[in-house]
Design a protein around this ligand. Structure first.
Ligand SMILES: *C/C=C(C)/C=C/C=C(C)/C=C/C1=C(C)CCCC1(C)C
Length: 261
């Protein structure tokens, strides 16, 4: 009974996503993308990558072991929320040539905490971990983004926003490398989890560094042009959201083949 209801809900969710994708792209057809607008093209490519991965993650969710479903669902939420923002950002870019900074920050405000919480979720799928770890990671990611936005929007000095934001990011890295989360991973005795955790941590270290670097070059030095910055952000999002989710999915699959489906 419950299984049937869940299957129906899943189908409904997929249909909604697909319908939204179709209607948004129909609206988008009214704006003309220039053949040499490479930034606009990357906005499009990333949008389509986001919707494809969203459908993929929700479709795959039911095939992984129970304990891994929240992780795969959250991966789908991240790309789903990003897809909606990308449809808007693409429109703003193609129509006005402006950098859609506010939309990026709103997107980050939702997707980044969800991603950072994934570390807790994948650990919790294989072992006992304290809920306080969840809150520490969540709050640190929010501090990072809120201060970045305040600095970028001019409510506080750009430098202060950068310094506090970066401190929060370093705190996250500390937690993942040598804090409770890193230690819990090491002592988990789960090979697939270790591989996934390490790969995700690499993304949070290298892939995420692109954003503060863009902030630094664009707002403190004032030297980076908007075309370059947007292309870099778009490609970074592709890796940091889609590849990040695929790592989680792959780990979930590996843990499923050894336990029961
Ligand atoms: C999918 C979007 C992602 C993974 C966005 C990540 C954004 C960051 C890691 C931003 C970091 C920042 C700092 C570390 C310093 C202050 C400025 C920010 C917000 C750009």
């Amino acid at each position: 009974m419950r299984e049937i209801l869940m299957r129906k809900l899943r189908l409904f969710a997929l249909a909604t996503i697909a319908l939204f994708g179709v209607t948004s792209s129909a609206n988008a057809a009214t704006t003309i993308l220039a053949t040499n607008d490479f930034v606009g093209i990357t906005f499009w490519v990333v949008s389509m990558g986001m919707i494809a991965s969203t459908v993929f993650f929700f479709a795959e969710r039911g095939t992984v072991a129970q304990a891994w479903r929240p992780s795969v669902s959250v991966a789908g939420l991240v790309t789903g929320v990003a897809f909606v923002h990308y449809m808007y950002m693409r429109g703003i870019w193609v129509e006005t040539g402006e950098t859609p900074t506010v939309y990026r920050y709103i997107d980050w405000l939702i997707t980044v905490p969800l991603q950072i919480v994934e570390f807790y979720l994948i650990l919790a799928a294989v072992r006992k971990v304290p809920v306080s770890m969840f809150w520490r990671l969540l709050v640190a990611s929010l501090v990072m983004l809120v201060f970045g936005y305040l600095g970028e929007a001019g409510y506080i000095s750009a430098l202060l926003g950068f310094v506090v934001g970066t401190a929060a990011w370093i705190y996250i890295l500390f937690e993942l490398f040598s804090g409770e989360a890193g230690k819990a991973m090491k002592s988990s005795g789960n090979k697939a989890l270790k591989t996934a955790f390490t790969a995700m941590r690499m993304i949070v270290t290298i892939g995420w560094a692109i954003y503060p670097l863009g902030y630094l070059l664009g707002y403190l030095a004032g030297g980076v042009d908007t075309n370059t910055l947007n292309i870099i952000y778009n490609l970074a999002d592709f890796v940091n959201k889609i590849a990040f989710g695929l790592v989680i999915w792959s780990c979930a699959m590996q843990n499923t083949s050894v336990s029961k489906r």
